[in-house]
Design a protein around this ligand. Structure first.
Ligand code: FAD
Length: 321
């Protein structure tokens, strides 16, 4: 029986929430193509995390040596060996930095089709046909995968995790892997922060914020809403915010339930990263700004006046005032 293999990542021995979405997507593909869905990670999850994974249809988890996660080429080579060893003909990744770095390398090794940016179930399973946004979200394309092996990247937050409990087993997969091509000198773990790609709510600032000294509004609103912070590309190019916050065509692709755009014009390249959001709220002083065409709710006004009022209103609502 062929397999669907999902690539997962660990954070402090736990799976990220988005892994359960990918597992559910894999389970659906496996059910429809008469396959089983397995997962792979590098490092060791704790027992609780393994059991969590089993709730979403994963019956087998392969463990790779932790150091492989530091080297995308070695990881691609290990995944190729694993995929051919277990007869996996579909390998799923999230469409994040790691997925984008490993998936193309793996597809070459597996002689597989490669399709990124999927946000919905296939239109057809045999042959596999997906609908996906193209040209920065301006159009849709239907893509048919004709290869017998395929590597597919799913956008985060676009597929709901669906419980489907099974019994899980774990197995260490050790092999003659390519040694890492470089040495990692240091690692910085960002903790106590809501991951932008996993956040339910995102508060984002653009050039209309006028400078990094005004970001306390964005941060305060994000804190009281339990949100992550993001920004437009010029903001990170200017060094007002770190690059990992930049969303859009050349940045992160996010799909939160609520995206609050403050002083952002809504250029097509920005929207390409956020137009999967369920609800978009825009605050902009220009009523003609393109962001209002993408927004579900809009406030025309100066962010420096609107944001303090909004923060007070949310606080009052939270304290029942
Ligand atoms: P601006 O375009 O300067 O807009 C600022 C907005 O703030 C305006 O609408 C203005 O009306 C409003 N404003 C000003 N003052 C106030 C105020 N006091 N109160 C309220 N509103 C105010 N951009 C991205 O964001 N992400 C990408 O990934 C990305 N990739 C790109 C890739 C390519 C190949 C190219 C060519 C461009 C890319 N860009 C990207 C840049 C993109 O085209 C826009 O230039 C950028 O998104 C604009 O950022 P902004 O909206 O913050 O700034």
């Amino acid at each position: 029986m062929t397999k669907v293999l999902i690539y997962t990542e660990l954070k402090e021995e736990q799976f990220k929430k988005s892994v359960f979405e990918l597992a559910s997507f894999g389970k659906l593909l496996a059910d429809k193509t008469n396959s089983e869905v397995y997962a792979v990670c590098s490092g060791k999850p704790n027992e609780d995390a393994v059991q969590q994974l089993s709730k979403y249809g994963i019956s087998k988890l392969f463990l790779l040596p932790e150091e492989l996660s530091d080297d995308n080429r070695s990881m691609a080579s290990a995944l190729d060996k694993l995929a051919s060893g277990i007869d996996a003909n579909i390998v799923l990744f999230h469409n994040d930095n790691k997925g984008k770095a490993i998936a193309p390398r793996l597809s070459i090794r597996m002689d597989a089709g490669l399709l990124s940016g999927i946000s919905d179930i296939p239109l057809s399973y045999e042959p596999l046909i997906f609908k996906k946004r193209v040209y920065s979200g301006k159009a849709f394309a239907q893509v048919r995968l004709d290869e017998s092996n395929n590597v597919i990247l799913l956008n985060i937050n676009t597929f709901q995790a669906i419980e489907n409990p099974v019994v899980i087993e774990t197995e260490e997969f050790n092999g003659d892997f390519n040694p890492p091509s470089g040495n990692v000198l240091s690692k910085e773990l960002v903790s106590n922060q809501i991951l932008l790609t996993e956040a339910e709510i995102v508060v984002s600032g653009g050039r209309g914020m006028k400078g990094p000294e005004h970001w306390s509004y964005i941060e305060e609103l994000a804190e009281i809403l339990g949100a992550a912070t993001a920004c437009s590309r010029p903001v990170s190019d200017e060094g007002w915010r770190p690059h990992h916050e930049h969303v859009g065509q050349t940045g992160k692709i996010i799909a939160p339930n609520l995206y609050i755009a403050c002083g952002i014009s809504g250029a097509i390249q920005h929207l390409a990263g956020v137009n999967g959001s369920k609800v978009i709220v825009a605050i902009n002083k220009d009523p003609e700004a393109p962001i209002f065409e993408a927004a579900d709710y809009g406030i025309v006004g100066d962010v420096h006046k609107v944001l303090p009022g909004l923060i007070e209103a949310v606080k009052a609502q939270q304290t029942g005032g």
